[in-house]
Ligand binder design. Structure first.
Ligand SMILES: [Zn+2]
Length: 79
């Protein structure tokens, strides 16, 4: 899959990354339909906060739950 990756202040690229997998019993996989940058992403881009190199940006999204692990609980949101 493709992801926006933080390299350093002022440097962001999109690149191939491994497909996500369920690892923890509380994990869920969500197929992202739309995403956007967050204020924390912009703070890293501006150099206000430091993130690990090649960390993924864009945690604000809407999507479809594709799979859930055994300990995921249903909520009133249909998840
Ligand atoms: Zn956010």
């Amino acid at each position: 899959m493709r992801a926006a990756l933080y390299l350093a202040a002022g440097k962001v690229v999109d690149d191939d990354v491994p497909d996500p997998e369920i690892v923890e019993p509380t994990d869920a996989l969500v197929r992202v339909l739309r995403s956007c940058v967050c204020g924390s992403d912009l703070s890293a881009y501006r150099g206000v906060i430091v993130r690990p190199e090649r960390s993924r940006l864009g945690h604000e999204f809407v999507g479809i739950v594709a799979a859930v692990a055994g300990q995921c609980r249903r909520s009133g949101l249909g998840i």
